[in-house]
Ligand binder design. Sequence first.
Ligand SMILES: CC1=C(CCC(=O)O)c2cc3nc(cc4[nH]c(cc5[nH]c(cc1n2)c(C)c5CCC(=O)O)c(CCC(=O)O)c4C)C(CCC(=O)O)=C3C
Ligand SMILES: [Fe+2]
Length: 332
Amino acid sequence: MTDQASRPTSGPQPDGTWGVLLMAYGSPSRPEEIAAYYTHIRGGRPPSTELLEELRERYAAIGGRSPLPEITERQAAALERRLNAGGGSWRVYVGMRHWQPWIADAVRRMADDGIRRAVGLALAPHDSRMSAGAYVESARQALDALEPERRPAVRFVRSWATHPLLADALARRLQAVLEQAGGEPVALFTAHSLPERILSWDDPYPREVEATCRAVVQRVGLETGRWRIAYQSQGRTAEPWLGPTLESALQECAQSGARHVVVCPVGFVADHLEVLYDIDIEARALADRLGLRLERTPSLNDAPDFIEVLADVVTSAASGRGQGAGEEAPTR
Ligand SMILES: CC1=C(CCC(=O)O)c2cc3nc(cc4[nH]c(cc5[nH]c(cc1n2)c(C)c5CCC(=O)O)c(CCC(=O)O)c4C)C(CCC(=O)O)=C3C
Ligand SMILES: [Fe+2]
């Protein structure tokens, strides 16, 4: 793993250094690791041979592995540079939810480096018990496992869905693709689907996704009918998942006479399997069959305007300004 190697400072940090616990989904770096990764995503239940083979094929189709681990590390390095340029002393620790380096590894490294206070956030803007909530839960368990005197105080940011700089960054990309396109393409906003049972506990996820989309629509000035929201990448499980699916949204666009769609995946902040396969290969193939031209907005990755979003989320939380609703008070 490149891990922290690309950043020079590791080991004991100066007194007063803030940590950032930057949590991401994680992805295997070698094909041999796909089975163990998939088993972890499924909560310890190994996938069937068919499911595993299908996942292997999806990774093979995007070049053998996902670029996600490198992009996450580049995001972390850029964020650390940006924070330190803004004053104070900051150190960013990457922890993954489903692969190495685990969130628990990052928490232990923070403690080993003598970090006393930190901001924790996931590289996923929308709060949900099954997304941001699950990341925070992993971090809390790792914090609880530390000796109390080594345990940093962590302020967790649960949501940054309505951060104005995020809407600006997404709108900038969508506007650019729309301008190039000409004609009247339909903007199709997507986020990862979740099991429909999240609605039974009034999970904030669909509201948060909608709030991000509306903020972007307002900035770009799209009229009603020129945009839709779809939930993509439904899981391979028996239970019902949130829709409309990306497939059904494409079908409806074609039926209503659209010739051209621009997919804007607001639920993801990097190029990875769900973007490079589910949109660029799978959805594009369906669009072709439907006679629709499909384009996608570029991912945020480590673009400077996105690093500004992360830096503002982090410094706001550190100074106690936060985004209000989404942020939890320090508990330790
Ligand atoms: C909310 C959410 C996000 C967005 C927020 C966030 O980013 O946190 C996200 C992102 C991602 N999901 C990813 C990968 C996968 N997710 C899967 C399956 C699942 N995801 C779920 C949820 C989410 N996932 C759920 C509830 C399942 C079903 C589990 C079960 O079966 O019980 C599966 C299994 C096969 C399949 O179902 O497709 C894979 C391979 C990758 C990395 C890809 C790469 O390697 O580049 C990324 C960024
Ligand atoms: Fe996933």
